[in-house]
Design a protein around this ligand. Structure first.
Ligand code: HEM
Ligand code: HEM
Length: 196
């Protein structure tokens, strides 16, 4: 009797754990999908400003692909806020990973196996905060603002490379999750219908 009771309890606990795990997988999946577009817009608008107006030194009023510099900057600022909110949620969802890797780095006894996502986090924090800070707190003529934007320019090159590697590395997870969430479910429904 006690044995049966324990197995039953164990199953309930396992089911609850699986259920929670599945919910967080779903949540991660949809959040990753939502994060993709703002990040692409952020990168494209930032690259246009960097290449055309910083490197090629085009005048601010010059129109590139339908927008002048202030138009591209507006798009860049809007997408930066949306993307920032999405990435903060993404990091909250992966807080266990971040805490574990941070502890491993701080605890020198364990040789840390630092993963790519952690490097990305380390680059993302200054790259994003520097420009959110200059935008909110510094005025246009401030020389510190120009210096910090230069730093942002350089950091974002690393950010683009590491995000591209992150996406390539984790694309397999997205494909497996699509199969798990949709394809297995559809084939399950077909099996159920044919059984009826
Ligand atoms: C730019 C800042 C970003 C940071 C700091 C970041 C950080 C992380 C961390 C810490 C993990 C967990 C560890 C791992 O599985 O490798 C992770 C996983 C993942 N990230 Fe990111 N990420 C960023 C951007 C993005 C973007 C823009 C996307 C997609 C649009 C994305 C898609 C994924 C996917 C598919 C996974 C694995 C699946 C999951 O558990 O969610 N990441 N990321
Ligand atoms: C992904 C690659 C990125 C590139 C190539 C890029 C590029 C740039 C460039 C060239 C500027 C200067 C605009 C100007 O000259 O007026 C700029 C400004 C700005 N960037 Fe980015 N950026 C990127 C990512 C980010 C991220 C991740 C954030 C924050 C989440 C961000 C937020 C901003 C903000 C708020 C400004 C305006 C700063 C101000 O007016 O003081 N950018 N970016």
């Amino acid at each position: 009797m006690t044995y049966k009771f324990n197995v039953y309890n164990g199953c309930i606990i396992l089911m609850r754990k699986l259920n929670n795990a599945f919910d967080s997988v779903k949540l991660n999946f949809y959040l990753n999908l939502l994060n993709f577009l703002p990040f692409v817009i952020l990168t494209v608008s930032g690259m246009i400003i960097q290449i055309e107006y910083h490197i090629h030194e085009l005048p601010d009023a010059y129109v590139v692909s339908g927008l002048n510099r202030s138009g591209w900057l507006l798009i860049h600022k809007i997408s930066s806020v949306i993307s920032f909110a999405g990435i903060v949620l993404h990091c909250i969802m992966h807080r266990k990973y971040i805490v574990t890797v941070t502890k491993k780095i701080l605890n020198r006894k364990n040789k840390p196996k630092i993963l790519l996502s952690y490097y990305l986090l380390i680059i993302y924090i200054p790259a994003s905060l520097i420009c959110l800070f200059t935008w909110i707190f510094l005025n246009h003529e401030d020389t510190l603002r120009h210096t910090l934007i230069e730093v942002h320019d350089k950091l974002t090159i690393l950010l683009i490379i590491f995000t591209a590697m992150h996406l390539i590395q984790r694309a397999g997870w997205m494909v497996r999750t699509i199969k798990k969430l949709f394809i297995t479910r559809i084939s399950g429904d077909i099996h159920e219908k044919t059984a009826d």
